[in-house]
Design a protein around this ligand. Structure first.
Ligand code: SF4
Length: 367
């Protein structure tokens, strides 16, 4: 398989953990290198998951930025360097400096395939790296390819090339139908996702074989392989599958996902943490800050200490204000209301799958 590397980033979240277990069991011959970018600011529950995974997988490479710094954690090193300027959704230097840069250093210039755990029940793309020698593959989805690959393969410019590959590989009983779709140009009514789904509906493996051979005409890392077992993958894994994989493997689900009950004014609700990442992550919802306050008061206090020189984790509200009893009460009541609305919507089947961790997405921190 040449010099191509296979890498898989373990974020500390459930989906990347399940993907690592899945890849090890389903593709034992693929030499996958597992890595984790350590910020020094993870919850103990996340660290426990990584320790257990390390035993299960037989090794995870830990990448740690600013290793020689006198500061206690990489985060504190970069925070100091930025003059206490806290990261935010608009200024995400934390992911860039502590995770992406380290991952790109780890990979270097070697062509690499990065396996990403976006699930089959999610509709989103993962930002992994813009380096051309790193190609993302999504084994849990029906479409394993990244958006850029699909856009190039299905571009009208490549119509004849893709059609010739279908001509070559399609079995007789599917030739006419697949060729008709492959030869239909993209238009305002027949756009990328429509064409993609039409081809996948006809035959996933065949589509993957065509794309794999198309990639051989490009510089993409997958195109440099003699064979790629993932092109025969037709699995689609959803949230329940992820929990099952974690439980069956003995690695277990990170404890912060477990809902904890609380009561306000006689009403009951639950809280938990919906995603991995730094304990102070600015992407967490208000109710998750309350969870941190009540379940990890030391970490809440530490997060508060980072708020200085006018910088706060949440826009317009300091953690000192958020921790006031009346504010905590209000946040809990709001959460209960949201949970009741969600239950009602689900029982009316207004929505199929409401997932709290579908927003604020980052492949490097939360998968
Ligand atoms: S988890 Fe949040 S705070 Fe930590 S690096 Fe990722 S985005 Fe930044």
């Amino acid at each position: 398989m040449g010099n191509v590397r296979h890498i898989l980033g373990i974020s500390g979240g459930k989906d990347s953990a399940a993907l690592a277990i899945y890849m090890k069991n389903k593709y034992p011959d693929l030499k996958v290198e597992y890595y984790n970018s350590d910020t020094g600011c993870e919850l103990a529950e996340t660290e426990l998951l990584i320790t257990r995974l390390n035993s299960y997988l037989g090794g995870i490479k830990i990448l740690r930025a600013a290793e020689d710094s006198p500061e206690a954690t990489p985060f504190e090193h970069f925070l100091k360097a930025s003059g206490n300027f806290l990261p935010s959704p608009q200024a995400r230097w934390c992911t860039q400096k502590m995770k992406l840069a380290e991952m790109e250093k780890f990979v270097g210039d070697v062509p690499s395939i990065s396996y990403v755990g976006i699930r089959g029940d999610e509709d989103r793309e993962g930002y992994i790296s813009t380096k051309p020698n790193i190609q993302a593959i999504f084994p849990f989805r029906r479409n394993i390819w990244s958006l850029d690959v699909i856009n190039k393969a299905l571009d009208n410019e490549n119509i004849e090339l893709i059609a010739s590959l279908y001509e070559q590989f399609a079995p007789e009983d599917k030739k006419e139908e697949t060729l008709t779709i492959a030869r239909t140009p993209l238009s305002r009514t027949f756009f990328y996702s429509k064409k993609l789904n039409a081809l996948l509906d006809l035959d996933v493996k065949l589509f993957n074989k065509v794309v794999f051979n198309y990639l051989k005409t490009t510089d993409y890392p997958v195109g440099q392989l003699d064979e790629f077992p993932l092109i025969d993958n037709e699995d689609i894994l959803v949230k329940d599958d992820i929990f099952r994989i974690l439980e069956d493997s003995g690695v277990g689900v990170p404890a912060y996902y477990n809902p904890i009950e609380f009561e306000v004014d006689g009403k009951k609700g639950t809280y938990s943490r919906s995603r991995s990442g730094c304990y102070f992550c600015f992407f967490q919802q208000k109710i998750e800050w309350v969870w941190l306050l009540e379940q990890h008061p030391d970490l809440y206090a530490k997060s508060m200490e980072f708020e200085k020189d006018g910088y706060t984790w949440n826009q317009g509200e300091s953690l000192a204000d958020l921790a006031k009893p009346e504010r905590v009460r209000q946040i809990k009541l709001d959460a209960i209301k949201k949970q009741e609305a969600k239950r009602a919507a689900m029982s009316c089947k207004l929505i199929d799958n409401l997932d709290d961790d579908n927003d604020a997405f980052c492949a490097n921190c939360f998968i």
